[in-house]
Design a protein around this ligand. Structure first.
Ligand code: CP
Length: 311
């Protein structure tokens, strides 16, 4: 039993160390093996997860709630919290944190503002997990992404990885760049000029010796890549609808494009997709995005168990 993540918040990938990644992936693999053999887990019996979603989600919320239920725990939830919670009466996230410690053992928050998970954690006496804060971070997504890459590619080191699409606003893209950067990749960041990866991320990674090629040429990048991590253009982050309309269809990953990619390339996407990833890719050998979504359950099981000390 490891205590390195016990009582810890999971707020930003910068706080996730290599030993944490190994621990989470090993624990997830153990749980996944139990689930796949038809076994049952009871390690979270008597524990409660609170899910607070102030911004829409299908996958993150359902996979966290499934993860808790698969371990015998229970869930309390505020759906559409931006309109159905006391936020409409001026309640602060700090105060929600104070309330939460009387109701739950661990909580997940999604919110449109960067830093929201930290604000909740400032008030809370229970572990807080960031389920996506605006255009900032999505640390649990990146943990399931590296788990998926390990399973699909058989390794994490020395990979050519293309991260493409809306790299300015895509929190999954930001988090994966930070986390995978620990494994010495060669990155191809592919986007329209206006949607480039934030410079603080590229500068920090280059400072760590990571090779990054930035371009708008998706075909050239996938011809050299072991992994393509595609992202939608994030409509909800645009202030001018005409800018979104102009940029939303710049890239179209379809079977014809994949035919020009390096043989055996793994194709990933955090989902939902919004036109940039064609259904004709779904049955291709490298299409891993639904397996990636499934991997969110064992990874989130591991996180919930580890931060509450119930693995
Ligand atoms: N990948 C992801 O965060 O999906 P949802 O927005 O559906 O949670």
């Amino acid at each position: 039993m490891s205590t390195v993540l016990r009582d810890k918040d999971i707020l930003h990938v910068k706080d996730i160390k290599l030993e944490h990644i190994s621990l989470v992936m090993d624990t997830a693999a153990r749980y996944e093996s139990v689930l796949q053999s038809g076994g049952h887990l009871t390690n979270m019996v008597g524990k409660i997860l609170a899910t607070l979603f102030y911004e829409p989600s299908t996958q993150t919320r359902l996979s966290f709630e499934t993860a808790m239920l698969r371990m015998g725990g229970q869930v309390v939830s505020v759906a559409d919290a931006q309109v159905s919670s006391s936020a409409v009466k001026g309640e602060t996230l700090y105060d929600v944190g104070k309330l939460l410690q009387g109701y739950a053992d661990v909580a997940v928050i999604r919110h449109r503002h960067e830093g929201s998970a930290q604000e909740l954690a400032n008030g809370a006496g229970i572990p807080i997990i960031n389920g996506g804060d605006g255009a900032g971070q999505h640390p649990t997504q990146s943990l399931m992404d590296v788990y998926t890459i390990q399973k699909e590619c058989g390794r994490l080191n020395n990979l050519n990885v293309t991260i493409a699409g809306d790299l300015k606003n895509g929190r999954a893209a930001h988090s994966l760049a930070w986390l995978l950067g620990k494994f010495g990749p060669r990155f191809h960041f592919v986007s329209p000029e206006e949607l480039r990866m934030p410079v603080e991320i590229t500068e920090a990674l280059r400072g760590e010796g990571i090779e990054i090629v930035e371009s708008s040429d998706l075909i050239a990048a996938v011809a050299k890549s072991d992994v393509l991590y595609m992202n939608r253009v994030q409509k909800e982050r645009f202030t001018q609808p005409e800018d979104y309309e102009r940029l939303k269809s710049v890239y179209q990953v379809d079977a014809a494009l994949i035919d020009q990619a390096r043989h055996g390339m793994t194709i990933m996407h955090p989902l939902p997709r919004a036109g940039e990833l064609s259904r004709d890719v779904d049955e291709m050998e490298g299409a891993a995005y639904f397996r990636q979504a499934y991997n969110g359950v064992p990874i989130r099981m591991a996180l919930l168990a580890l931060v509450t000390g119930n693995e």
